[in-house]
Write a protein that binds this ligand. Structure first.
Ligand code: IPM
Ligand code: MG
Length: 363
């Protein structure tokens, strides 16, 4: 029996996670995969209920689970809280304390969405890249961190520390090369070596690790240039390996290639149970209105089937169903486009994916 901890979180989190759980339940039956789901509170919802973004019960639930399905956290209600008490802290603690250092963010254009992207068809047709974001180091967690008196005695000083050790770089680089070996065998390591000491070490360690993987073509790119190349010629990329903050920013940018941030899933892997979540936030402006796109979360559930359960046919069935539903012109508001579009809500999009999976299994 596979135990899945379900953490819906805030904003649109509960609506999108509900659809992904629906899909997983049906997949469980069709593919004979025994799954159990246990829900936990996290983020702002947990602050409201228990006074902390990651209550001990949620932590124990996640520790004992085989995988975690996560929605989104945060919202204006909690915006005035200090950074270490905010809803996001719940997610960051899970990533850090479970040792989930490898964040896979595949950016694959579904052909029916080629005209949904603000970028030209000639540039984006066939894009299939993967941002591999280091997830437990860098500015997010480096010490010292905080706000204190400014050394010049005038006002305050805010400090974040960008630090990486050889070990942290080596283990994520190795995963990058392993993933590239399963794909088009190209890895672009992204850094800011012309300015940052951490990037100098990053580039050196990545280059050394590359010797273990002679079949993989490695290149290095500065992050500012990478931001440009992603828009200029995204098809040149296969695996994009980068540190935490750069990966956060570049993956939101890459979302526009595929039409909407509502389409991008992720898997966070490492020492503990895998955590699967859409890369987008809690979208409080549309929460509770049945407008959110559940596909990023449903595709994250597909990644759960692939990476935690090693059930490739089940994962592929979910992805194929998403593709077919888009081919049939069903769209949530974020991916609507001129043409014979049928505009659908969050729940109906989930139902359509399930219907498609069922039909394809009957064949
Ligand atoms: C992401 C998000 C998170 C991050 C936030 C919610 C803390 O933007 O997963 O990309 O910055 O990592
Ligand atoms: Mg982000």
């Amino acid at each position: 029996m596979t135990r899945i901890a379900v953490l819906p979180g805030d904003g649109v989190g509960p609506e999108i996670v509900r659809e992904a759980v629906k899909v997983l339940r049906r997949i469980g039956v069709l593919f004979d995969i025994p799954l159990t789901f246990e829900e936990g509170v996290v983020g702002g919802a947990a602050i409201d209920q228990c006074g902390t973004p990651l209550p001990p019960e949620t932590w124990s639930l996640c520790r004992a689970a085989d995988a975690i399905l996560f929605g989104a956290v945060g919202g204006p209600k909690w915006d005035s809280l200090p950074v270490d008490c905010r809803p996001e802290r719940g997610l960051l603690r899970l990533r850090k304390e479970l040792g989930l250092y490898a964040n896979l963010r595949p950016v694959k254009l579904f052909a029916p969405l080629v005209d949904t992207s603000p970028l030209k068809r000639e540039i984006i047709e066939g894009v299939d890249l993967l941002v591999l974001r280091e997830l437990t180091g860098g500015l997010y967690f480096g010490e010292p961190k905080g706000i204190g008196p400014a050394p010049d005695g005038k006002g305050e000083q805010g400090i974040d520390t960008l630090s990486y050790t050889t070990h942290e770089i080596e283990r994520i680089a190795r995963i990058g090369f392993q993933i590239a070996a399963q794909r088009r065998k190209r890895l672009t390591s992204v850094d800011k070596v012309n300015v940052l000491a951490s990037s100098q070490l990053w580039r050196r360690v990545v280059a050394e690790t590359a010797r273990e993987f002679p079949d993989i073509e490695l290149d290095h790119m500065l992050v500012d240039n990478c931001a440009m190349q992603l828009i200029r010629d995204p098809r040149r990329f296969d695996v994009v390996l980068t540190e935490n903050t750069f990966g956060d920013i570049l993956s939101d940018e890459a979302a526009m290639i595929v039409g909407s941030i509502g389409m991008l899933p992720s898997a966070s892997l490492g020492d503990g149970p895998g955590l699967y979540e859409p890369i987008h936030g809690s979208a409080p402006d549309i929460a509770g209105q049945d407008k959110a796109n559940p596909l990023a979360t449903i595709l994250s559930a597909a990644m759960l089937l692939r990476h935690t359960l090693h059930r490739e046919p089940a994962a592929a069935a979910v992805e194929a169903a998403v593709s077919r539903v888009l081919e049939a012109w069903y769209r949530t508001p974020d991916i609507r486009q001129p043409g014979p579009t049928t505009l659908v809500g969050t729940a109906q999009m989930g139902d359509l994916v399930i219907e498609r999976i069922v039909k394809d299994c009957e064949k």
